[in-house]
Design a protein around this ligand. Structure first.
Ligand SMILES: C[S@@+](CC[C@H](N)C(=O)[O-])C[C@H]1O[C@@H](n2cnc3c(N)ncnc32)[C@H](O)[C@@H]1O
Length: 271
């Protein structure tokens, strides 16, 4: 992965694409974003692969600084031209750097949160585990790596939440979000699964079983009168939480189109 900065990939991004993720992190990871004791004082939010324009980095900086005004925010890009083009947007605690997944370790920069959204879609599924390990290397204990995909406008999101623990990165959860612009059915998320799962949702796999349970719960909710996409999502999630271990039972999430699946023992690996 250390040669990644040489790899030329598409850089498309759009404003607001990662807003739903920002809102989730502000809600669910407040202590992580706020911490300032010891090494946490210097610990950055790292946005790896911010793309052609640094919009999403700047939007997240604004959202997270509502909790931690001095938060160090660093956008990292493998494409030197994109990193240079972002430089005019640098500010007191906001920086843009040319580099790859290992930038923070190489720079000796402690990190609390790493985001790598819409990056690994352009990689091979077999590269995901090594990419996660490298992306997570500079995280302080308890720090979080968020890696996944969205559709173009950011109305559909699926992301891994991988937590730095003593023994390495724990595959803590999968987070799903939709703004319902395409209606809703659980399999809406299939095309936006992280790259290691996307084409491996084979019958018999743990994730396939999860989607079957979610589809059954959503179908029952609709049969019991949930007539809008939003109601189907919420009431389906409520039913699923009763039958499927690890579905977060938080109404705050369901009411806003989020579902977090945190299976005991961690998110299974494909294959
Ligand atoms: C599709 S853009 C994603 C932009 C933004 N994160 C978003 O979600 O809209 C992918 C970007 O990741 C960058 N990238 C790919 N591999 C990378 C790596 N190993 N390290 C840093 N950036 C990388 C590419 O240069 C590209 O600009």
């Amino acid at each position: 992965m250390s040669e990644a900065p040489e790899r030329r990939t598409r850089g498309r991004t759009s404003r607001s694409r990662l807003r739903a993720l920002d809102a989730y992190l502000v809600h669910a990871e407040r202590p992580l974003l706020e911490r300032q004791d010891g090494p946490w004082d210097e610990a950055a939010f790292l946005d790896v692969g911010f793309g052609e324009h640094p919009w999403t980095t700047l939007e997240s900086a604004e959202a997270f600084r509502a909790l931690n005004p001095r938060l160090r925010v660093i956008g990292v890009e493998a494409d030197a031209g994109r990193a240079a083009a972002a430089a005019p947007h640098a500010a007191a605690h906001t920086h843009f750097r040319h580099g790859g997944f290992g930038w923070a370790r190489e720079a000796g920069q402690p990190v609390r949160l790493v985001r790598a959204m819409n990056i690994l879609r352009q990689y091979r599924p077999e590269e995901a585990a090594a990419a996660h390990a490298e992306l997570g290397e500079a995280l302080l204990p308890g720090g979080l790596l968020v890696e996944g995909s969205t559709d173009g406008p950011g109305g559909i999101t699926v992301a891994y939440l991988l937590r730095r623990e003593a023994g390495g990165l724990h595959r803590e959860a999968l987070l799903f979000h939709t703004d319902f612009h395409q209606g809703f059915a659980p399999l809406l998320f299939r095309d936006w699964l992280p790259v290691d799962w996307r084409r491996r949702l084979a019958r018999g796999s743990a994730l396939h079983a999860f989607f079957e349970a979610w589809t059954a719960a959503w179908t029952e909710a609709r049969a019991h009168g949930a007539s809008t996409p939003e109601a189907g999502f919420l009431q389906g999630a409520q039913r699923l939480a009763h039958t499927c271990p690890g579905v977060s039972p938080e109404p705050w999430l369901w009411e806003r189109g989020y579902l977090r699946w945190q299976p005991p023992g961690g998110v299974p690996r494909p294959g």
